[in-house]
Design a protein around this ligand. Structure first.
Ligand SMILES: [Zn+2]
Length: 175
């Protein structure tokens, strides 16, 4: 079961479907204890983080971009359209659930390779995106996205559309 903490202005009813769809598409077991923390940043970027509390819960933390602002009648969202942002958010959540998929596999006693350093004696770090756990999470997220685009994720389009609409309305309301 997923426990949510939402510290953003965006209602959980709009955000929750994105978390549920991605969890389902990535294939994580939502009957196990899971936590989601959603906060809002001050910039246009979306950030994600996954952590494992062994035998207690797995958690993902997502930072939403700041609220959109209107400039000269146009919604300005830091180089992105609200639609691009909504899809990026979906993608970031799927990626973080991808890490949780690995954590759940570890909890079942399966092996997964996690590498942070190229060489333990010199402690030379491997670039973040080259770490095996990141490549796995990216491939789980890509697969989830492929399912969404091929119509296998129920209500994908309407969930994205609702978030886009909320962002646009928020921008209008602040002008
Ligand atoms: Zn990652």
């Amino acid at each position: 079961m997923i426990e949510y903490t939402n510290k953003t202005k965006c209602p959980l009813s709009i955000l929750r479907p994105l978390f549920e769809q991605t969890a389902e598409a990535v294939g994580i077991d939502t009957t196990l204890p899971l936590r989601v923390k959603i906060t809002q940043g001050r910039t246009g970027s979306i950030k994600g983080f996954a952590l494992r509390r062994v035998e207690i819960w797995d958690e993902i933390r997502i930072t939403l971009p700041s609220n959109p602002v209107l400039y000269n009648g146009k919604v300005r969202l830091f180089r992105s359209s609200p639609l691009d942002l909504a899809i990026s958010l979906w993608r970031v959540i799927a990626h973080e659930w991808g890490h949780v998929l690995d954590y759940q596999a570890l909890a079942r006693g399966e092996k997964r390779e996690f590498t942070y350093y190229r060489d333990l004696s010199s402690r030379r770090a491997i670039r973040h995106d080259d770490r095996p756990q990141e490549q796995r999470a990216n491939s789980y997220a890509k697969d989830a996205e492929w399912q969404a685009y091929s119509g296998k994720v129920p209500c994908f389009k309407s969930a994205i559309a609702e978030l886009v609409e909320w962002w646009e309305q928020t921008a209008r309301g602040r002008s």
